[in-house]
Design a protein. Structure first.
Length: 194
């Protein structure tokens, strides 16, 4: 599919009625980023479990992840659905600024995160996709659909319901460590993750 054709795919701003009220539970695991080996040794798993309604957007989901991982400065981000983060047939959901100009020529842009509702993604339990935050520092997260419930319990969503591990500092080298002497964890082989 050409980039122009991908941009013409209609974005469902209102999800199908029967899925709009569903409650989605996602396990969001930090896979890579500028974390010191010492941090990774102390926190072999860093994940958050987040619940969100089907009628909320990917932008709402980003905001929940941002808060759950104690981030300080917002940056560019996108969600990638497919067989791994570099799937040439995958669907990328991006910021509105990525939908125009040279960025819009990227191959598989499927939608705008501010308009794409969770329910419109066609997810099912055990599906896995990628959330990529801060393109310079490459904070990569594996997102797994833990469950989809028919009814949403009353309350404020999205919300974090579980935390495993400490949140790494968004800017590790600025927190008093000597980044020249510290080794950082490289991105894992993605094919092993999916």
């Amino acid at each position: 599919m050409s980039p122009q054709a991908a941009l013409k795919i209609p974005i469902t701003s209102e999800p199908v009625v029967e899925t709009a009220n569903k409650l989605y539970t996602f396990d969001v695991s930090l896979v890579s980023g500028p974390m010191s080996e010492a941090f990774v040794e102390e926190n072999p798993e860093v994940s958050r479990t987040i619940q969100i309604r089907g009628n909320q957007t990917l932008e709402d989901f980003h905001d929940a992840i941002f808060t759950a991982f104690d981030r300080e400065d917002d940056n560019m981000y996108e969600f990638r659905l497919g067989n791994g983060p570099h799937d040439p047939e995958g669907r990328y959901y991006v910021l509105p600024s990525e939908l125009s100009g040279k960025a819009s020529k990227r191959k598989m842009i499927a939608g705008d995160v501010t308009k794409t509702r969770i329910a419109s993604l066609g997810l099912k339990p055990a599906d896995v996709f990628t959330y990529w935050f801060d393109f310079a520092d490459d904070w990569m997260h594996r997102v797994t659909v833990a469950s989809i419930e028919e009814k949403t319990v009353q309350g404020k969503y999205p919300r974090t319901i579980a935390r495993v591990g400490e949140s790494p500092s968004q800017y590790e080298e600025f927190d008093g460590e000597d980044s020249d002497d510290e080794e950082y964890v490289e991105e894992e082989e993605w094919s092993m993750i999916y």
